[in-house]
Design a protein around this ligand. Structure first.
Ligand code: HEC
Ligand code: HEC
Length: 190
C-alpha cells in the first residue's frame, strides 16, 4: 500500500513536470532555417509586404505557437495556413515561434488619419493587449500589424468564423467604423 501511494505520487509529479516543461528547448537557428517556407508570404524577416499576410516579427512566441497549433488542429480555419501547419512538428512550431518572436518590428503600417478618441476606443482592449498594443503572452501584440489584417480578424471574430477566447464577445460590440478606427490606430503607432 505504502509503495503504491509513493508510486502514484511519482506518476502524478512526472505527468505534472512533463506537461509543464517544454519537450524541446526552442532552437532559433533551426527556426530560421524552417522559416524559408514562410518567407514568400510573411517576409524573410517576418515583415510582409502584402496586407493579407500578417507580420510575424516581434509577435509573442506563446501566441505564435498557439496559432500554429490551432491551424494544425483545425480550430482556426484558413486553407493556406492549415496546409502549412499540418506538416510542422512540435519542435518546428516551437523553433519557428521563437525565431519570429526574436525579430524586431517597429513598422508603421498605416498613415490613415485616426480620430483623437481612437486610443479611448482601444482602452477596453488594453487590459489584455497592453496600453500600446504590445501584447503579453497569449494576448497577441497588435501594434505594428497591417490594419487590413487586424480589421479582417475583428470581422471574423464578430461573424464567428474565427473563434478565440474572449474575442468573439469583444468584437460583437464593435461597429464597422470602430473596427476601422482601432485597426488604423494600432497600425499607426510608432
Ligand atoms: C502562401 C502564403 C503563406 C505561407 C507560405 C505561410 N503563411 Fe502564415 N498566414 C498566411 C495567411 C493568409 C494568414 C492569415 C490567416 C487568417 O486570415 O486567419 C497567415 C497567418 C499566420 C499566423 C497567424 C498570425 C496571427 O497574428 O494570428 C501565423 C502564426 C503564421 N501564419 C505562421 C506561418 C509560418 C510559421 C509559416 C511557415 C511555416 C507560414 N505562416 C507560411 C499565409 C501564409
Ligand atoms: C480579456 C482579454 C482580451 C480583451 C479585453 C481583448 N482581447 Fe483581443 N485577443 C485576446 C486573445 C486571448 C486573443 C487570441 C485569440 C486566439 O487565440 O485566437 C486575441 C486576439 C485578438 C486579435 C487577433 C490578432 C491576430 O494577430 O490575429 C485582434 C485583432 C484583437 N484581439 C483585437 C482586440 C480589440 C480591438 C479589443 C478591444 C475591442 C480586444 N482585442 C480585447 C484577448 C483579449
Amino acid at each position: 500500500m505504502k509503495i503504491s501511494i509513493k508510486a502514484a505520487c511519482f506518476l502524478v509529479l512526472g505527468i505534472f513536470s512533463f506537461a509543464h516543461s517544454p519537450l524541446y528547448a526552442a532552437d532559433i537557428k533551426a527556426g530560421e532555417k524552417k522559416a524559408a517556407q514562410c518567407a514568400g508570404c510573411h517576409g524573410a524577416k517576418g515583415i510582409s509586404n502584402n496586407a493579407q499576410y500578417p507580420n510575424l516579427a516581434g509577435q509573442n512566441a506563446g501566441y505564435l505557437k498557439s496559432q500554429l497549433n490551432a491551424f494544425k488542429e483545425g480550430s482556426r480555419t484558413n486553407m493556406v495556413m492549415q496546409g502549412m501547419a499540418t506538416n510542422l512538428t512540435e519542435a518546428d512550431i516551437a523553433n519557428l515561434a521563437e525565431f519570429f518572436a526574436s525579430l524586431p518590428n517597429k513598422t508603421v503600417n498605416s498613415t490613415a488619419k485616426v480620430p483623437a478618441d481612437a486610443s479611448g476606443k482601444f482602452a477596453m482592449c488594453a487590459g489584455c493587449h497592453g496600453v500600446a498594443g504590445e501584447g503579453n503572452g497569449a494576448f497577441p501584440k497588435l501594434a505594428h500589424q497591417h490594419p487590413e489584417y487586424l480589421a479582417t480578424q475583428l470581422h471574423a471574430f464578430k461573424k464567428g468564423t474565427r473563434k478565440g477566447g474572449p474575442m468573439q464577445a469583444m468584437a460583437a460590440n464593435l461597429s464597422d467604423a470602430d473596427i476601422k478606427i482601432i485597426s488604423d490606430y494600432l497600425s499607426s503607432l510608432k
